[in-house]
Design a protein around this ligand. Structure first.
Ligand code: PHE
Length: 349
């Protein structure tokens, strides 16, 4: 055994001289210290020896292990240091080079419009609510008085997932959701901003995904003039104190009567200009008195309760407000575009 230990030392000393890097060092470590090494062989055979031999061979073996261990550690730190030094040499930093500029972000104009509309309506006592973008047919259509086969379904070319599920084409399903979620049917005042989806071909004025802001008020004895007053406040706040609004008859299955709402042109003040296409008026949203069927289907007694609803496109409002010519600009994530809106705060006030 003594002989064996001497030989191990000899061959280790021989081999370690040839080691030049951490990889071959690891090979040597495994060879001399691994589970199948001669050292561990001797170690496990110690128990077969007499007590005296156990002591002397044990001591010799420990000495050898210490020696090999120290040498391996020594070389490991030497190689690590060499590696670090050569890396530091390679990665020279040229402190005279210009730095990479990290530009700060900016609030997106759509978010600005949503924020502005939200804070206006919250100041009038409305709650802000959310609804799912992946919606059920019954909320997107049926509870809104649009049964299967109804012609207005074609006007809102939908991304159906299967028979019953689709990407919502409007934020109006939130009307039905909020009414149905009320355990005690009572007054409601909400607005709901969110993304909607339609199978449109993208161009300067169409996008397959855009943003709507829905409003719903339910109470007793709500009238068209409440709707008009509310939207007047909205138009003046978004487009300037001197704005007027007008109603034009329209059709939505879930409101009766239905209207489209125009705001007097903020650019020419009704004189006629390219923005209002020489009409003096700009269409900004759709609205109406909630259809009795919609109230009844969502558990409200239409003999007792009524209300109004409105829905607007946030992109359209932002395009008008900030003079943005192409809806696609909202979605290209160009920081130069987004940053411009840092400077214009309340320009119509
Ligand atoms: N949901 C309608 C649309 O997308 C807008 C609308 C909302 C009309 C609420 C009336 C009432 O065109």
């Amino acid at each position: 055994m003594e002989e064996k230990i001497r030989n191990i030392r000899k061959s280790f000393n021989n081999e370690i001289e040839k080691v030049l890097d951490n990889i071959s060092l690891e090979e040597i470590r495994i060879k001399y210290f691994g589970k199948k090494s001669e050292v561990s062989d001797i170690q496990s055979n110690l128990k077969t020896l007499s007590d005296d031999e156990k002591k002397s061979i044990g001591a010799l073996l420990n000495e050898l292990k210490l020696e090999i261990g120290n040498r391996l550690n020594e070389l490991k730190s030497k190689f690590d240091e060499e590696l670090l030094n050569s890396k530091l040499n390679e990665d020279k930093i040229d402190v005279s080079l210009p730095g990479t500029s990290i530009s700060d972000g900016s609030i997106h104009p759509i978010s600005k419009v949503i924020d502005e509309v939200e804070s206006l309506f919250v100041s009038m006592g409305y709650d802000v609510v959310d609804g799912p973008e992946v919606e059920e047919d019954r909320f997107n259509f049926e509870y809104l008085n649009i049964p299967k086969g109804h012609p207005t379904r074609d006007a809102q070319d939908s991304f159906f997932i299967n028979e019953e599920w689709l990407l919502r084409t409007q934020t109006s399903p939130v009307q039905a959701r909020v009414m149905q979620s009320k355990e005690e049917k009572g007054p409601i005042k909400i607005i709901c901003p969110g993304k909607v989806y339609r199978k449109d071909n993208d161009d300067a004025t169409h996008s397959h995904q855009f943003t709507q802001i829905e409003g719903l008020v339910i109470g007793e004895n709500i009238s068209m003039s409440d709707l008009k007053g509310t939207l007047e406040v909205f138009a003046k706040s978004m487009f300037g104190k001197t704005r007027e609004i007008r109603f034009r008859p329209s059709y939505f299955p879930f409101t009766e009567p239905s209207i489209e709402v125009d705001v007097s042109c903020f650019n020419c003040d009704k004189k006629g200009c390219p923005i209002c296409k020489n009409t003096g008026w700009i269409e900004i949203l759709g609205a109406g008195m909630v259809h009795p069927n919609v109230l009844n289907m969502s558990g409200y007694d239409s003999n007792k309760y009524n209300g109004f609803a409105f829905g607007m496109g946030a992109e359209r409002i932002a395009m008008l407000k900030y003079g943005i010519p192409d809806v696609r600009m909202f979605y290209t994530n160009d920081i130069r575009f987004v940053k411009q809106f840092n400077r214009i705060e309340g320009e119509f006030k």
